[in-house]
Write a protein of this length. Sequence first.
Lengths: 276, 276, 276, 276
Amino acid sequence: MCRWLAYSGSPVLLEELLLKPKHSLIDQSLHSTLGAETTNGDGFGIGWYGVSETPAVFHSIEPAWNDRNLKDLARHLVSPLVFAHIRASTGGAIQQTNCHPFRHGRWLWMHNGFIGEFAAVKRDLVLAVDPSLYAEIEGSTDTEVFFHLALTFGLEDDPPAAVERAVGFIEETGRAHGVEHPIQMTVASTDGSSLWAFRYSSEGKSRSLFFSTAVATLREQYPDNPTLHLVSDESRLVVSEPLGDLAGAWNEVPESSYGVVKEGQDELRPFTPRTS
Amino acid sequence: MCRWLAYSGSPVLLEELLLKPKHSLIDQSLHSTLGAETTNGDGFGIGWYGVSETPAVFHSIEPAWNDRNLKDLARHLVSPLVFAHIRASTGGAIQQTNCHPFRHGRWLWMHNGFIGEFAAVKRDLVLAVDPSLYAEIEGSTDTEVFFHLALTFGLEDDPPAAVERAVGFIEETGRAHGVEHPIQMTVASTDGSSLWAFRYSSEGKSRSLFFSTAVATLREQYPDNPTLHLVSDESRLVVSEPLGDLAGAWNEVPESSYGVVKEGQDELRPFTPRTS
Amino acid sequence: MCRWLAYSGSPVLLEELLLKPKHSLIDQSLHSTLGAETTNGDGFGIGWYGVSETPAVFHSIEPAWNDRNLKDLARHLVSPLVFAHIRASTGGAIQQTNCHPFRHGRWLWMHNGFIGEFAAVKRDLVLAVDPSLYAEIEGSTDTEVFFHLALTFGLEDDPPAAVERAVGFIEETGRAHGVEHPIQMTVASTDGSSLWAFRYSSEGKSRSLFFSTAVATLREQYPDNPTLHLVSDESRLVVSEPLGDLAGAWNEVPESSYGVVKEGQDELRPFTPRTS
Amino acid sequence: MCRWLAYSGSPVLLEELLLKPKHSLIDQSLHSTLGAETTNGDGFGIGWYGVSETPAVFHSIEPAWNDRNLKDLARHLVSPLVFAHIRASTGGAIQQTNCHPFRHGRWLWMHNGFIGEFAAVKRDLVLAVDPSLYAEIEGSTDTEVFFHLALTFGLEDDPPAAVERAVGFIEETGRAHGVEHPIQMTVASTDGSSLWAFRYSSEGKSRSLFFSTAVATLREQYPDNPTLHLVSDESRLVVSEPLGDLAGAWNEVPESSYGVVKEGQDELRPFTPRTS
């Protein structure tokens, strides 16, 4: 479907995340090894926090591997919190309003996966979006509707609970339409300070998701690696596919779980869809 | 807002319609004289009937004046029924799914104007679209919703009645939201054999719309004009702004009226929104 | 590098060539099996002959697999002579002026392969282009320069001799700059009636190229295949990779050879670069 | 032809330059009042200096007025040295490689105007470009060739002398081809610390060019204007058309002159093309 990367930590030049790693996200746009498709060439997007209250987003309908603006931006932008997403469309139009990450106020949201038989359930899902949020929906993706359901169910107040309610509602709605597996997802969301990452699917075989090992642990294991001395202890990456080739650097997020990257101790917890 | 052109008649090379006339539609994309805006550079589209049951459409987000594919296609496509539209967005995203003409089966639809305070009324309008048509809506324009309302209200059976019902519903909905002038429109639609063109606005000051004088009449008036001997008696153009400079060639569609271009005698009738 | 297809024969709906075959060219844009790269997503182009003296071209920077205009055009265009090309850039910019096929008057030209170390030899090659043709070069590809060299060396008078001279000159120039293998190529060119296809490389390991078996032969072999009774005896396809799955339908163009598809008997001949 | 803006001074959020002023550059893309054309919708570009040795550039083929990425970038990028350019093509292709500003190492270059009968003189001009720079030329504009001529004639060592030599050579070449007015130009260039702006035309009627009044002077004149207390004394804008509506804020660069914005006292000097 898609591939994504979320970073939180010391301010970093975006090319360190997007271009330089072996098997970088840009590289994955042409040669994904763990994705449902090899090629993720149906547009891309990045979101980052910087000088303004709200995050910036840059969306493009070109394949990431040959977008020169992306390379130039990556070499000149520094940010402590970065989302990046490469898209493999499951049929929807290739247009900027369908590119992740999606934004609402200070929030970003991106997704790998799909809502099962979206054409059949879309109307019922959209009707459940809070009317005050409805007019914000600009594209035609399942992800944007999913985001607005999560906002409707309280994302800004209690992100895990809101996503559990949104997924519960999507599963209920799908099953009412006879959809066997209503949702498949890895999702990242952030308010600019904490970062939540979810891994779940109705069939219990979710898309891959990995988080990076604590920097302090890696630094002990690789005392001579200079990069590990440059980044702060708080720095964390969550990715669809491991980058680079440092053994021990990547840990799989378990099935039906979510992680929180935040000030203080990060957390990993079970994820259980909630029905009304 | 936008500018459009609809042609029905002898098969014609598209460049005769789009590129060659003085003050052609392509020219209007840079220098409209009667439009609400001078520049109509926010994408364009053409639709035409040919070898297939359903019409072809070509949509582009580039300004029409510098799209090389449009020029090449216009020089190589021949069709007896052509729609062309240049867009000046009123804020919506510039993407192919927002380009006119819109298509449903054998039907095409294009629009100059707007639904007043669309963000406020969109949800109520979309809810009234037949659920079986709902998933077809791909873009974010008022025009696409308007088209699907007309389809819901019976466009394929009785086009004038369906458009009158759709406009009546849009006016009712708008007024319920406190919108003073809920709709402004010139609309063209076709099923591939007849062509309907509507001019209406809630405030009674509608965007300009013109139809060409009957070819037989023009031929008498200009016996030496070679083009007039090439096209059939049935040929007719409906346009937002007159093309060319032939005196007597253009007639304004009256306020609150619609015309039908069809086999046999064309018609011009009053247009009255219907409420349920 | 790239993949291409050239068709000459009975007028055919373009989707029969581009969309319908198993392992079609559009399919190859995502999943090439014989190409140097799996993905050919850096734009595409088609060229076809129809109502006008000169051929039409349609160029796009989007990957072919998700270009809706291409699908719509393919379903509505009929032509007896079609070129189609999907691009995998070797570093050059993704822009319409770098998309094949290239056009000059009635001529089309497309290429899979590369001129070795093009940045080093480009200036010398461009200087050899006839000054009257120089200003026509709009893009930055090796292919466009190669085409203009072939035109300079007499493509319009004697295509095989002109291509042999152009390749001889490219090899001479490359070797003068220390390039071991100055050219790698399969090339198709046409003047709208005959079609020439060349397979050659300085290293003697050229990109794959296939031509379809004579329709009469296939018809004997597959008497029940309806398609083979629809197309004329003269119909011929030349492709980078076989389409479909009809055993015996495809024959490899030998190394250092060219074929001519023309009225009367088609020909297959040796290709030998000529130096001045 | 085009419109441009160059800023040097206190680090500034790009939207203060590009979006917020009355009659901003984005506004000029739709409604230029002093330009040769009203609409400058054939792509745009920005260049800025920040965290890296070399400047960043962002090029787009969309009209500036509806590019959402531009708006988002403008709201999140801060820089002490910014170039911005909106293009009205004189016929060349609309592609990113034809968008200004052009870049070479630490240098940026942008241009409003044209080289007269460029198709006729292009080959001779390109031949004069240093062969080591030749392969860098990626697009098809006169401006990119002009930039590479200036680099060839020593831009990096003595910018005014190099531009005078390049213009002298362009005039010589043009006249040898019978071109009456070989060049029309306002040009801005920078190495990331100083900024040069040139106004010249062979016919002595050059495109408009303005520089902003010294901040200290404006501050005395408008003691209550808060913006003027935020920017440093060194801040300076050079623009094709005045922004905003502050009387006394803008001064015309005289015919055949150039200005230097640099540390210490800025300068305004005569510009005289040099022939070899």
